[in-house]
Design a protein around this ligand. Sequence first.
Ligand code: ZN
Ligand code: ZN
Length: 314
Amino acid sequence: MTEHLEDLIVRAIAARDGDAPELEELARTAPESLAPYLPRLLAADVVYPAALYCAADDETQRGLVAEADAGGKGALRLNHLLAALAQTRGPVAEEAFRRWRDQPPPGADKLFLTPAEYMPEGGWTLEGDRARELCGPVAHHLVAEAAEEAEESRIPQERCRGCGAALWTALDLDTADARVAGALVHAGWSGRLRLVLCYGCAVDEADPVFLGVGPDGTSRLSDPPEPGTGLPAAGAPTERLVPGHLSGPYPDGSAIGGRPVWMDDAEYPRCPACGKLMAYIAQIDMQDISHMVGYHTFFLDAGCGLAAMVSQPE
Ligand SMILES: [Zn+2]
Ligand SMILES: [Zn+2]
């Protein structure tokens, strides 16, 4: 494998491009295996894709920071350097992002984002003077509930005010379950977390759907539809997904914790109450519950008692 990896690195350096499926796969599954090669990739100016730099050590982070501070190679390159630093999630990168808030690197004015706004791509953010985790340290798959359990947990179903359809229990988690507590530790939630909404009225929204939530399992849409304003959707899901076995940190199916799949750039919703980025908590692969392709991605601000669902259809 090492020999093969050496070949991949040599090829990436020769092509001045690290965009190879095998390298990306390694970056997702065993990023530390790439770490020894990063100084060579950086020296050869291979800083794309950013995920290659997930496991960059302090020295490599310093190299990326120095390149960004040196400027002079254009906005696209600075964009790649900042994206790579965001993936490192390391102390050197953190210090640089903090410094760049007041003194951005040369050329940063040509970018669409401020340097610190790159951090969420790596699953973290700067809040005041410290970094905050937006993602879970571990992940568990979400799997269809066994039929007997589904029968037991069947409670009289609430109905949508807008269209009259039965509501969908998107998530029903409890930190009493060690898997849930571990996957959601970064979110600071304690207790039951239930997200109940109308699939027909809430899913087609381009904007996040917000729900007020409480540790007793309370779930209330922040902006419920007016009575009689919708038609029940055909094929609304009825099954509930529950925590299953441990997954890697980058699950690509339904899961709690770890890092979400983004169909496009990472876009963590801001809490409507306090304006801070909400923590990612879970994603549902639409194919597990419907005939659609894409993800429902869920976020939480435990302090404000607000959850959000973002739908990313393919
Ligand atoms: Zn409805
Ligand atoms: Zn908030």
